[in-house]
Design a protein. Structure first.
Ligand code: GTP
Ligand code: MG
Length: 194
């Protein structure tokens, strides 16, 4: 017997794209989720992709995801749009210490969520590097990224994390998964209506 969450997980793999400025910690998050250990990274030129079965004890446990982690350097950002097309969810990783570049992070995030193909796609913002002194808290990150100005159709959650030790990542993926399931249910109901 399964509930609607496990049923969704049994039949398909979720397509998740991971975006964010260079050095935010995307690749560290990717390999943390994949191997449950710290992997020393180099800047991503192009993208990394991994199929990952989520762990933890929450709603997303056992769910298969196909992650695309796209490099965040400025010259690579034109890749973000094609990689984020028709995904089930967007993970946007932010360096919570890099206050100077939060405005840039905000501009890029709003560009991607405004794109027609991404209307309604659930968004998980990872406020990463919370282990460092002077890391901005979730409320401040939410404000600086102007999340209240995202398109009203975009469900989002902000998750504090430290990708080095993996803190917060499972909770974040649970939230993203719950938003994805909710969206699928409402799309299904809309289709049923005459
Ligand atoms: N202190 C701390 N450092 C972190 C954390 N997450 C990642 N880092 C470090 O931040 C640096 C950049 O991490 P990456 O994962 O390579 O960043 P990225 O977002 O993939 O960067 P690009 O590939 O250039 O887009 C590395 O030195 C990581 O070890 C964290 O939670 N805390
Ligand atoms: Mg990378």
């Amino acid at each position: 017997m399964g509930n609607s969450f496990t049923n969704l997980g049994a039949f398909q793999s979720l397509h998740i794209v991971m975006l964010g400025l260079d050095s935010a910690g995307k690749t560290t998050v990717l390999y943390r989720l994949k191997f449950n250990e710290f992997v020393n990274t180099v800047p991503t030129i192009g993208f990394n992709t991994e199929k990952i079965r989520l762990g933890g004890a929450g709603a997303s446990r056992g769910i298969s995801c196909h992650f695309w982690d796209v490099g965040g350097q400025e010259k690579l950002r034109p890749l973000w749009k094609p990689y984020s097309r028709c995904t089930d969810g967007i993970v946007y990783v932010v360096d919570s210490v890099d206050a100077e570049r939060l405005e840039e992070a905000r501009t890029e995030l709003h560009k991607i969520t405004r794109s027609v193909e991404n209307q309604g796609t659930p968004l998980l913002v990872i406020a990463n590097k919370q282990d460092l002194p002077r890391a901005l808290d979730v409320g401040e990150i939410e404000k600086q990224l102007a999340l209240s100005e995202l398109p009203p159709s975009t469900p989002f959650h902000v998750q504090p994390s430290c990708a080095i030790i993996g803190e917060g990542l499972e909770e974040g993926m649970d939230k993203l998964y719950e938003m994805i399931v909710k969206r699928r249910k409402s799309l299904k109901q809309k289709k049923k209506r005459p």
